[in-house]
Unconditional design. Structure first.
Length: 74
């Protein structure tokens, strides 16, 4: 159980790091004006979508592990 939690937490940290570094780089390297939807904006949206889903999986997995290991109940 702890291995799954470790993998999910590290995936979330990696996705966060990629977005923190990648979003400003993609905005700075954008050649189009702010009016259109460029390729870089689509990459930012894809990265944010991946981050959001990893965050949801991490939350659900953490809650499941808390119920299995500690016996937490509502």
């Amino acid at each position: 159980m702890n291995t799954l939690s470790f993998i999910a937490a590290n995936a979330l940290l990696l996705a966060s790091l990629v977005l923190v570094i990648g979003v400003p780089v993609l905005f700075a390297s954008d050649t189009e004006a702010y009016g259109g939807r460029s390729r870089n904006v689509r990459w930012i949206e894809i990265g944010c979508g991946i981050w959001f889903h990893v965050l949801l999986v991490n939350g659900l997995l953490s809650e499941y592990i808390a119920h299995q290991v500690v016996g937490v109940s509502f």
